[in-house]
Ligand binder design. Structure first.
Ligand SMILES: NC(=O)c1ccc[n+]([C@@H]2O[C@H](COP(=O)([O-])OP(=O)(O)OC[C@H]3O[C@@H](n4cnc5c(N)ncnc54)[C@H](O)[C@@H]3O)[C@@H](O)[C@H]2O)c1
Length: 311
């Protein structure tokens, strides 16, 4: 599984280990955020004798050599985040998203094992109709979204040409313990617990279909071996505005928030909302964790990281 040291990947490792599998975790510990945080993410997985970590850069490594003994591949490694994808850093996105995935697909040509790839709701841009079904037009609004669309198209091409067993998942804003430090909930909850200012990009009326991390992981596990070339939305199913989230943060943290509204970030869409009927029907999946419960677990994690840092 790739991107093992990341937010979603580290949870997926633990789920697979818990299900009794042996897991080879691949990650290059990219510098997008602190290495220490990623090492911490892997703490529980590394306690298992069935987990092996390979520090490997998929954009250059000989991937095929490591695939021989695997029954399946989960490809979550990527340069994530909309905002950094403008300007000079676009290079990192093309490398870690498009080039790395193309190299993995090449390796899969010669190691016929099923794979699941992480795509994103960003491929829709501002969908004209909500909830957006997988058949909605794809018009990303950010260079990041474009790289995820390119990844999906690469999958389509390799499936058509070589019959690879690959499924793509469009995750919608995933949250929960270990969420990346650049993402809104981690920033909001940290500010709530430290008395810092909550920086909101835009007026707060934008909505997102928030997905709890264990639900995203469950869909990912179910998708392995799914119909060749299929694409599924993975969304929590109850979109909320940033304003509503901030109100909830105030309630569950008991902190009065100081909110600073800044300009909308370039490339951020106004609303996302997943039509998940295909994943429910074909994968037998459904989201189980509510925004309220998930946010409380996320808060507990932020509190524990803050107290560990202070110790
Ligand atoms: N978090 C979300 O809300 C969300 C939403 C939509 C899609 N996604 C996608 O889900 C996946 C996981 O996202 P995340 O939030 O856990 O991100 P993350 O940054 O926490 O994890 C990604 C991991 O990939 C690794 N990586 C990057 N380039 C690599 C390379 N060339 N070789 C090996 N490893 C490399 C990084 O070091 C990192 O640990 C990504 O593909 C992301 O685009 C995430």
């Amino acid at each position: 599984m790739t991107g093992a040291a990341g937010f979603i990947g580290s949870h997926l490792c633990e789920r697979l280990l818990g299900d009794g599998h042996e897991v080879v975790g691949v990650d290059n510990f990219s510098t997008f955020y602190e290495r220490g945080r990623k090492e911490e993410n892997l703490h529980a997985a590394q306690a298992s004798p069935r987990f092996v970590l390979r520090e490997v850069d998929l954009a250059v490594a000989d991937i095929g050599a490591g695939l021989g003994d695997c029954d399946g591949v989960f490809h979550l490694a990527a340069q994530a985040g909309v905002r950094g994808s403008w300007g000079e850093t676009f290079d990192i996105y093309t490398r870690d998203n498009i080039v790395a995935t193309q190299r993995l697909l090449e390796a899969l040509r010669f190691n016929r094992i099923p794979a699941v790839l992480a795509s994103s709701s960003s491929v829709y841009g501002n969908a004209a109709q909500l909830p957006a079904s997988e058949d909605a037009p794809l018009a990303p609004m950010s260079p990041y979204g474009l790289t995820k669309l390119a990844v999906e198209q690469l999958v389509r091409i390799y499936v058509a040409q070589y019959g690879l067993d690959v499924v793509s998942l469009r995750y919608f804003t995933v949250f929960g313990p270990r969420q990346r430090p650049d993402m809104a909930f981690t920033r909001f909850l940290t500010a709530a617990l430290t008395g810092g200012v909550v920086h909101v990009l835009g007026d707060g009326h934008q909505t997102r279909d928030f997905t709890y991390v264990s639900d995203a992981v469950d869909a990912t596990v179910r998708a392995l071996g799914g119909p060749r070339g299929a694409v599924y939305n993975v969304g929590g199913g109850s979109p909320a505005s940033i304003e509503a989230v901030l109100a909830l943060v105030t309630v569950i943290s008991g902190a009065a928030l100081t909110v600073d509204h800044q300009a909308f970030a370039a490339g951020d869409v106004t609303h996302t909302w997943a039509d998940t009927s295909r994943a429910r029907r074909e994968l037998g999946w459904r989201p189980r964790v509510s925004l309220d419960d998930g946010l409380r677990a996320h808060l507990d994690w932020v509190a524990s990281t803050l107290s560990a840092a202070a110790a």
